[in-house]
Design a protein around this ligand. Sequence first.
Ligand code: PNS
Length: 165
Amino acid sequence: MARIAIYPGSFDPVTNGHLDIVKRGLKLFDKIIVTILYNPGKETLFSVEERLGMLRESVKSLSHIEIDRYDGLLVDYAAKRKAHAILRGMRAVSDFEYEFQMALMNRRLNREIQTVFLMTGLRWIFASSSIIKEAARFGGNIEGMVPPLVLEKLKIKFGQKQEDS
Ligand code: PNS
């Protein structure tokens, strides 16, 4: 039976740190479904459609990856997709409490689905979508931290570049 993991998140926008987790996750799972879910604690910069587009473009060279969205509980989605695990990246100590709470709540909601954490690669340890957006907003160079398409979209979003017609 194929081992399926859901890699959930806001992906606002997808970063090279996220892609590192996806690629490493593929060594553990037969298929990874990268799913955009709603985080009530975050206001997003990009629409769901924009985030889906950036994710699709960023993983187009990879096999055994699907991109999706879901409006509801993560564990319900995982059960619907017959997934065995929820995959999350863990950066530094600061991520731990939030991730621990979420994993325990998800376990309480559905005991059949395991949360698996991969430690973020050292290169990406401080590369959150939020900090990248902040640097980009003020014209900071974030090349190499996000896929090229995301870099372009951030420049357009912050008025540093015109959209190609
Ligand atoms: O990238 P993020 O914002 O840290 O991802 C958090 C996300 C979207 C995975 C989380 O907020 C989520 O699972 N949202 C859907 C609702 C849900 O199931 N919440 C967790 C249990 S209450």
